[in-house]
Design a protein around this ligand. Sequence first.
Ligand code: DC
Length: 205
Amino acid sequence: MTAFTVAIDGPAAAGKGTVSKAVAAHFGFAHLDTGLLYRAVGRKVLDGADPLAAAGALVPADLAGGGLRTPEVAQKASEVAADAGVRRALVAFQRGFARRCGGAVLDGRDIGTVICPDAEVKLFVTASPEVRAARRYRELLEGGHAVTPEEVLADQLARDARDRGRADAPLVQAPDAVRIDTSDMSIDAAVARAVAEIASRRGDG
Ligand code: DC
């Protein structure tokens, strides 16, 4: 089996996590949610660690622990992700994962632009800020977090601006990425679109 990399980028709550998991399951590829790397570093920094030291010492078990899906950790993740040293410390792990045999899906912000510029498939999954904030609000409520829609939208706008505006590896669509706008799409339709794109690049059917 050879390597085959699917890079899926986009802003928060656009549906890239859902699409990534579904296409990985469909094709039997491994999946890495690279946001978890930054969230795990953010979690350690909230607990008092130095960002660079935390990024350099990250181990897989740090990604598996709970407590990474909170709004506080998301903001801190976005802050530490603006540090070029932190990003550098996480590159080798992501590239190794991407080129493993049997295929890999990585989702994040800079996968198609910086981590895997030669990925066989690049998708940019996005949606309007209002739709994304409404989705994240529902998720957080279901997860038992006490938040208001206004707080969720404000947090998201701050995170979007930081992720798009940073000097190192900002969130931007790669020129050769296929854009999937999920604002008016069902999950099934978004997944079907992504599966079709990957299948055509693999030469399936
Ligand atoms: O995908 P997420 O919401 O879990 O990501 C949390 C933060 O991590 C996000 O606001 C920016 C950062 N991030 C990044 O800079 N690069 C990535 N490839 C993935 C996430």
